[in-house]
Design a protein around this ligand. Structure first.
Ligand SMILES: C[S@@+](CC[C@H](N)C(=O)[O-])C[C@H]1O[C@@H](n2cnc3c(N)ncnc32)[C@H](O)[C@@H]1O
Length: 277
């Protein structure tokens, strides 16, 4: 399928803005320094079957495009903002995420490099889910990258809010901690929910769990005025996290049907929140 070149279309769903359009065009029109946190998972250039986007560019074309996108994210990000870029390589393109990071060195500082663990075997028990790699050469890919990019590498992060309680409570008094919490570190185990059908995955080949953008927003820290941006919104998962946390989200997606899924998911979430409050 070819990429859509039509004009963008914007709509409001609750406090959020959904834009059906091309990320680069939309970002170029956004005001500078208007976003607190950008969280996104772009196409990885691994041939996933998206509806309107062909996920198979030449490597250089892909890297040039992503560098242009990220330069625009830098422009719209506030001075103290955070950009969480979730991406993974593949067995045939293992260097791609790292090559992209090298290209971004002139634009951003890599403040934290978080590994999103989708599945892990502890002793003989497997936790979480992964797509099996059927190969005599490669092991299954159970993790992805979350690159935390900032303008100058000096954005304070909410280590404890995003952290975990101590397992050994004696640490609290021995090490003089004010609260029963410590930093979670740079490995985040966030499994997908178990699903049986493609419909439960919103008929989209590459979504992330709501808990991932939630963890990013928690680590950066937000207030009621904070604005989240996801330039590759897909089915609207980042905006669901924004809604749960009471902030405004702006999502851009090239495919009309994925925008419709995002709209529906958001409406359901907003009405569920109203019912429970
Ligand atoms: C990895 S998916 C994002 C999935 C999302 N995180 C979710 O949970 O649903 C990448 C998305 O980028 C969209 N996309 C591809 N090219 C685009 C472009 N030029 N502008 C905006 N969106 C684009 C694809 O249609 C796809 O939905």
């Amino acid at each position: 399928m070819t990429q859509t070149k039509t004009r963008s279309r914007r709509e409001s769903v609750g406090r959020h803005t959904l834009i059906r359009g091309d990320a680069l065009n939309v970002l170029r029109r956004m005001p500078a320094a208007s976003v607190d946190v950008a969280v996104t998972s772009p196409p990885y250039n691994i041939g996933l079957a998206y509806r309107s986007y062909r996920d198979r560019r030449t490597e250089n074309d892909y890297l040039d495009w992503m560098a242009d996108i990220c330069a625009q994210v830098a422009r719209v990000l506030k001075p103290g903002g955070s950009f969480f870029l979730n991406i993974a390589g593949s067995s045939s393109q293992p260097w791609l995420p790292f090559e992209l990071m090298v290209r971004l060195r002139d634009i951003f500082v890599l403040q934290n490099h978080i590994t999103w663990i989708k599945s892990v075997a502890i002793d003989d028990i497997t936790h979480g889910h992964f797509k099996p790699v059927n190969s005599p050469r490669y092991v299954n890919r159970n993790h992805e990258h979350v690159f935390h990019l900032t303008h100058h590498g000096d954005v304070p992060v909410q280590r404890l809010a995003a952290g975990v309680p101590f397992t050994d409570k004696s640490n609290i008094a021995r090490r003089n901690h004010a609260v029963d919490r410590r930093c979670r570190g740079d490995t985040w185990f966030i499994p997908y929910e178990t699903v049986q059908t493609r419909k439960q995955k919103f008929l989209h080949p590459g979504t992330f769990p709501v808990a991932l953008p939630t963890a990013c927003l928690t680590l950066h820290g937000i207030d009621a005025q904070s604005v989240l941006l996801d330039p590759f919104m897909g089915t609207g998962t980042s905006l669901l996290a924004a809604e749960e946390m009471g902030i405004r989200g702006i999502g851009v997606e090239i495919d009309t049907r994925y925008v419709a899924v995002a709209r529906e998911r958001l409406r359901e979430k907003i009405s569920a929140q109203k019912t429970s409050s």
